[in-house]
Structures are given as C-alpha cells and as structure tokens.
Design a binder for this molecule. Sequence first.
Ligand code: URA
Ligand code: SF4
Length: 226
Amino acid sequence: APGAQQFIPPQADTIDELRAAATGCQGCELYRDASQTVFGRGDESARLVLVGEQPGDMEDQKGLPFVGPAGRLLRRAVDDAGIDPGHIYLTNAVKHFRFELRGKRRIHQTPDRVHITACRPWLVAEFARLHPEVVVVLGATAAKALLGPAFRVTKQRGELLPWPASAQHPEDFARVPVDSAGKVADAQAAQLLATIHPSAVLRADDQDKAYEGLVADLTVVARALA
Ligand code: URA
Ligand code: SF4
C-alpha cells in the first residue's frame, strides 16, 4: 500500500526514532530521485512549530530543513518578529525534494496531493510527540496537509485559528490528532496561523512588501507566545 504509514514504527517514542525510521521511507515515488529524507529538526519541547512545504535543493543535499535561501529568510523573519529562534521546531509537509531535471539543474516542483497525503503520517507522528502552543503553516502545501484542500492561505493568513476545529475538511483532519500508535497529539491544544511561504517572498515582485507581510503575521505569533 502506498503512503508512509507502514514505515512508522508504532513503538517510536521520540522524534529521533521517527527521524531514523524515515530514512528508509518509500511511501511515495519521491524517495527515488531525491538524495535523502529531510526530517523535522529543532527543539522538541518548542512552544512554536513551523511547517513548510518540502526540502529544497540545499536541504536535500544537507539532509536538514530550511538551510537554503528560503530558510535564511525565514530565520530573519522569525528574528524580526521578536521570536526566539532557539526554541522552535521546523518541519515540512513532504519529506523528500520533488524536482524536475533541466540539464544539470534541479528545478523545484510543487508536491501533488498524492505526495502530501502519502507523507502526512510522518507529520501526524511528529505532532503526536510535540507540544506546541502555536503552529505556523507556511504556504499552501502545509495548509493542505493540516487544514484540508479547501483552505486558502490568502484569505485567512495572519489569523490565529484553533486546532483542529479550524479544519475545512474535518474528515481529512480527523486523523491528525492520533498517530499510528494511538497517541493523541498534544498539538490539539495549539493555535494555528497560516502565512505565506518564505520562497514566495523571494519570488514576489515587491519583495520588501511580501517580507513585511510575513513578519507582520509572525508578530501575531510572537504576541500569542508572549
Ligand atoms: N522550503 C521549505 O518549505 N522547506 C525547506 O526545508 C526549505 C525550503
Ligand atoms: Fe516517504 Fe514522504 Fe519521502 Fe514520500 S516524500 S518517500 S512519503 S518520506
């Protein structure tokens, strides 16, 4: 059967155990062309968890999330919003880099719904072991993974929403709070805020304005954590 679920050891208590297991995931075809699984990292007791789309080219090579240009911009925005960057946990909705080869260049491709759905058990398993007070959803892919396909970041960005009652597709989201081991996600108590992806800032016509928007949304988060 496709999907990551079969690769998740039910006895894995910690994020480190999940990360180790995820190195062997073949839950969708993305593992074939990518270099390695890029799992979440950071403070497991973090009050703030940020969820991105998928690893980029640099992340794929280094095996760590948000170490490329988008990650640098995100870190700066987190800092400018007044959030302590030492106490966050960073992860992605999809754990392998999806790309298209053009000559020697690897061009980012947005993951499809099948990849988001296949990889979602890892995200669910992470949330069952984290205890955030706020979860930041960066861009449409993360929003689809956590809030269902009908959620529109452009319409609801910057708003603190409850978890998981904010789900537009409860049937989709209903599986989030419980992982394969039947653990209830502590993240249920968290609030959630959607904003644009840092890569979208880098692509924007008016980068300064897009960056200010990202910082403004993260400032809402900083206030919620204060
Ligand atoms: N973009 C993401 O969504 N995640 C990363 O880890 C890097 C870039
Ligand atoms: Fe597994 Fe996710 Fe990688 Fe697909 S993208 S192989 S589901 S870790």
